[in-house]
Design a protein around this ligand. Structure first.
Ligand SMILES: Cc1cc2nc3c(=O)[nH]c(=O)nc-3n(C[C@H](O)[C@H](O)[C@H](O)COP(=O)(O)OP(=O)(O)OC[C@H]3O[C@@H](n4cnc5c(N)ncnc54)[C@H](O)[C@@H]3O)c2cc1C
Length: 492
């Protein structure tokens, strides 16, 4: 359908994506910048982002919903939530705030062009019905996440085409997949694999988790005692939400501090927990003792230790080895072992997607995102009127989505007060010669998808202003205190 004659619709703010960040952004914008026109464009046919895309068995959060939930809407369920529970929570926010009328589903943004003369972005979106929709906007609020939603990352192993069973990626889970009584191999060791393995083990003949290297896990009850107690006392949910958030954040801060000060002691505690579930004879050294320090990769929480219970009961097992090749009936491993399988699940991660794979140009010049320097992981040198929500790796994503939203709203109001149409961040004289490094320090965080994509991500400097600190506890004070008249902000 040719829509080239259609005039572009204009909005003050255009939010990209209706995941947890985009819906939160719309809430804050409506509340903190009343009267500002806005639209949320979402490629998929519904809201939810990550929680809509992933439909594999057992899909659940790996952090608690008191902090993964928004600051402004109490979470009233068990801390670890399923995708349907998270979607219901988001649906309530959309309904309570009347956001539906601002969201356009089935709109995948393909290009965004900034023009300094008009101080506007021109945006083109491919619609689900094959048409093209055009928009102009004063500000782009990027809530598109960090990975491609339509396809997960699967390494290219020799012989994959020979395999006679089904190969499935968790991100594109086939609705018709029947695994009852089947032999399943799940490749991977992260939170996704750790969720899928016990969930499939309930009905599969056997599930093998095949990992190249082990991961740290924490286990515990899927409940927060103080929340249950306060509920029994009839305390209102707003208070419970705030108290439980503070308690969780306090304990996390202490834990993270310990992982840095005494990593060996923390490691010993985590492994003791695993041994307690798997018994003294289990080879914890091979299968559950990672090579990295605790918290150098995301530390997943396993509610009620279901993964370990599955292993202890013999319904699931772990093999730590490397794949040599796929065969007609399974896998051969570098050690010479073979694994027979009817279904192979590749829980091998994401394709990093930078800025939603949108083709972006600034005044006619293509944006080379990897050459920009980030202002606190929210804005980028040379990119006017744009902010990106990138949450935390060691704390709930939404803690930062709420904070970035406060910052964007404050910035928009500040621009209005200054009668500025354009804002851009720029290195100041005192930043000249500042050493620049990759977006995320690999020493600090070493996940595969980050390592694969560092070259296309913005650079960071060595001052807090010029990096994403990945530290909620310092940013919770620093971001609200940002001086918008600092010379790092250039207004026109
Ligand atoms: C299985 C899984 C479990 C996770 N569990 C946790 C957890 O427990 N705690 C935690 O903190 N983090 C978790 N994460 C990380 C998680 O992705 C984020 O916390 C959070 O959901 C990201 O939200 P978001 O809205 O920023 O991005 P997303 O959820 O990725 O949503 C982005 C949305 O933008 C849309 N979009 C992208 N590009 C375009 C475009 N060009 N045009 C239009 N729309 C576009 C996408 O379709 C998508 O709907 C998990 C991730 C996965 C994959």
């Amino acid at each position: 359908m040719d829509d080239s004659a259609q005039p572009a619709e204009h909005f003050d703010v255009l939010i990209v994506g209706a995941g947890i960040s985009g819906i939160g952004g719309a809430h804050h914008l409506q509340e903190q910048c009343p009267g500002r026109s806005f639209v949320v464009l979402e490629a998929q046919e519904g809201f939810g982002g990550t929680w809509r895309t992933h439909r594999y068995p057992g899909i659940r959060s790996d952090s608690d919903l008191y902090t993964f939930g928004y600051r402004f809407k109490p979470w009233v369920g068990p801390p670890i939530a399923t995708a349907p529970e998270i979607l219901k929570y988001m649906e309530e926010v959309i309904a309570e705030d009347g956001l539906d009328r601002h969201i356009r589903y089935g709109h995948r943004i393909v290009s965004a062009r900034w023009d300094s003369a008009t101080a506007r972005w021109s945006i083109e979106a491919a619609r689900g019905d094959g048409g093209v929709a055009r928009f102009t906007a004063g500000f782009l609020w990027m809530c598109q996440g960090y990975y491609r939603h339509d396809q997960g990352y699967t390494p290219d192993w020799p012989g994959m085409e020979r395999f006679g069973g089904r190969i499935v990626h968790p991100q594109t889970w086939p609705e018709d997949l029947d695994y009852a009584g089947k032999r399943v191999v799940v490749i991977g060791s992260g939170a996704t694999a750790a969720t899928i393995v016990p969930a499939m083990a309930d009905t599969a003949a056997h599930v093998t988790m095949l990992q190249r290297s082990p991961t740290f896990f924490r286990t515990g009850r899927n409940a927060i005692e103080i929340a249950d107690e306060l509920r029994t006392l009839g305390i209102n949910e707003d208070w419970i939400h705030e108290i439980v958030r503070r308690k969780i954040l306090f304990e996390q801060a202490r834990f993270i501090d310990r992982t840095q000060r005494e990593p060996e002691a923390v490691k010993a505690e985590l492994l003791t927990e695993v041994r307690r579930h798997l018994g003294p004879d289990y080879d914890v050294a091979t299968h559950f003792t990672p090579r990295y320090r605790p918290w150098q990769q995301r530390l997943a929480f396993i509610p009620d230790a279901d993964l370990f219970r599955g292993i202890a009961q013999g319904r699931a097992s772990v093999v730590t080895d490397e794949i040599e090749a796929f065969t007609e009936t399974g896998l051969t491993l570098k050690s010479g072992t073979t694994l027979e399988a009817d279904i192979i699940v590749t829980a091998t991660g994401f394709h990093l997607s930078v800025l939603g794979d949108i083709d972006i140009a600034i005044d006619g010049e293509p944006l080379v995102f990897g050459e920009t320097v980030t202002y606190r992981g929210m804005m980028f040198t040379g990119v006017p009127n744009m902010a990106w929500v990138f949450g935390y790796l060691r704390a709930s994503w939404t803690l930062r989505a709420d904070m970035v939203a406060d910052f964007v709203c404050r910035l928009l109001n500040h621009m209005q007060a200054r009668q500025a149409r354009q804002v851009e961040v720029a290195l100041r004289p005192e930043d000249a010669g500042m050493p620049l490094g990759p977006w995320i320090d690999p020493e600090e965080f070493s996940s595969g998808y980050v390592a694969r994509g560092q070259h296309v991500l913005p650079k960071r400097g060595d001052k807090p202003e010029w990096r994403h600190m990945h530290d909620y506890w310092s940013e919770k004070d620093a971001i609200p205190a940002i001086d918008l008249d600092d010379p790092a902000f250039v207004y026109r």
